[in-house]
Design a protein. Structure first.
Length: 302
């Protein structure tokens, strides 16, 4: 009898540790993931975001910030801002540590989930679609920018986007092109290297790419339309746009694939915002150039 009591005594801390681990980590699942019922019960919606242009200004507002705040209000829950980074937001949202490989993605392990949705001007990419669901909310495109003193000259638009892209790529043989891995600015997404470009994986942040070519670290850089327009405003005599390297892409609000009810609720909310004019007002407030530059996307908005 005494021997059995001793065994229980020594086994109890071990059993307690295992039970606690399973409770905390959800039997191997990343912690704190939640679909709509859990969010409603918890009473808060966690918005993962990266300060980026006018989608997330860093001052508590922005197109995506205002939109998600309105969604939280629509659900009747508290809005919670959770700052993340471009390299980390996929893991913070899905609980999966990933490594993009072109259009595919490798799952390397698990990490704690920190948010319920992510929204900060996220471009829908094939590898991201493997691990996330999206509700598109804004158009974008990738352009090639160069220093103003570059011998490259802006192409003359032909009226045919595919021809314009081909014109730009034909100029790249032997040229240095900065790209940002694992983002929409990854040179590997656009067959640029096959055209003879000298691709450089930039080690800094997206906001440092245009300053990098101004400093002479490379002759050109890939840049999304939004940042390209901002760069032209900030450094009008130092940079120029050569032309497009991608078709029109979509930015979107991202959801983990384990939250289909939340995604569906946001999709319905977005449709309401389109019909009642709320989204058009936000778009025109924060991105007036885009609102008028992509009329096809916004034509059905009030």
């Amino acid at each position: 009898m005494r021997q059995r009591q001793l065994s229980v005594t020594y086994l109890s801390p071990f059993i307690f540790t295992i039970v606690a681990f399973l409770i905390i980590f959800g039997l191997g699942r990343p912690v704190w993931g939640a679909d709509l019922p859990e969010i409603l019960q918890k009473g808060e919606l966690r918005h993962l975001g990266v300060p980026y242009a006018n989608f997330v200004t860093g001052s508590g507002d922005g197109l995506d910030v205002d939109l998600v705040k309105l969604f939280a209000q629509h659900l009747g829950v508290r809005y919670v801002w959770v700052k993340t980074t471009w390299p980390e937001f996929a893991g913070d949202l899905t609980g999966k540590r990933v490594k993009p490989k072109g259009n595919e993605v490798e799952i390397l392990g698990t990490v704690p989930i920190k948010g319920d949705l992510a929204a900060h001007g996220i471009t829908v990419l094939p590898w991201r679609e493997k691990i996330m669901d999206f509700v598109p909310n804004f158009p974008t495109q990738v352009w090639l920018m160069a220093r103003a003193d570059s011998s490259l000259k802006p192409i003359k638009p032909s009226g045919n986007l595919e021809k314009d892209i081909a014109q730009v790529k034909a100029l790249l043989k032997g040229r240095q092109v900065l790209g940002l891995s694992d983002t929409c600015l990854d040179t590997g997404l656009y067959d640029i290297k096959k055209r003879g470009a000298r691709c450089i994986a930039f080690k800094g942040s997206l906001n440092e790419m245009v300053p990098a070519i101004i400093k002479g670290e490379a002759e050109t850089t890939l840049m999304d339309v939004l940042d390209a327009l901002l760069a032209l405003e900030k450094w009008p005599e130092k940079v120029k746009v050569i032309g497009p390297v991608s078709k029109v892409q979509m930015m979107a609000v991202a959801f983990p694939k384990t939250s289909p009810k939340l995604r569906d609720a946001f999709q319905q909310f977005m449709e309401q915002c389109k019909k009642n004019g709320t989204y058009a007002r936000l778009a025109e407030k924060y991105e007036p150039d885009f609102y008028h530059r992509f009329p096809e996307f916004f034509k059905d908005f009030k």
